[in-house]
Design a protein around this ligand. Sequence first.
Ligand code: G3P
Length: 229
Amino acid sequence: MRDRRTLILNFKNYSEALGAKSLELSRAAERVSSVVDVEIVVAPPTPMIGAVASAVNNRVFSQKADLGVVGQSTGALIPESIKAAGAAGSLLNHSEARVPPPGLSTLVTRLKSVGLEVCLCAQTPREVKKLAALSTEYLAVEPPELIGGGVAVSRARPELIEDCVRVARSAAYRGRILCGAGIVDGEDVRMAVKLGVDGVLVSSSVVKAMNWDGKITELALALQASRNP
Ligand code: G3P
């Protein structure tokens, strides 16, 4: 299991994935999952978490989580509600949904306590070092300036990935390390894995693709081919 590669698809709030389109995109991910030996996690827009979780076998992650009480709190995306909707985990501290440090470890503890996995996002090796101590299942490195730009982190900032992997492993981090930002094709994925990551976190190149099955297959096959024997 440890050696299985991971592809997390963050749908964000792109118009191509809103409402019922989230279901179609998730079904494309499910079709690819049935033929490629790679874990494909889907992270649909918040209002679609429950519908997607009921519709596909893939694990579903929330795009964020909030601190808020069970009971009298309005609008907060609390861990208990994410869990009750059928999700398996949550992205946390994404560059587009940063969590101020004091709340971060509290949120991680609470997500874990309800049985949710966490993919914690970091921007720099320094942040990776701090966040590695929270021992989440996934740690994702994403330089914010490359997000959504179509130039892969693995091509533009290879040293960043290597530094983050080194820092995380020397902090005894045992989860899976992912990278994301600008990943567009299979070669971007192959380069990322060579730099030491266990998988990738991807959004626009998949969500905006004309052929969802084809693009997800391309990225997943690159991950599958890069597995250790
Ligand atoms: O969460 C993934 C994301 O931030 C990367 O986005 O569009 O560069 O693949 P994108």
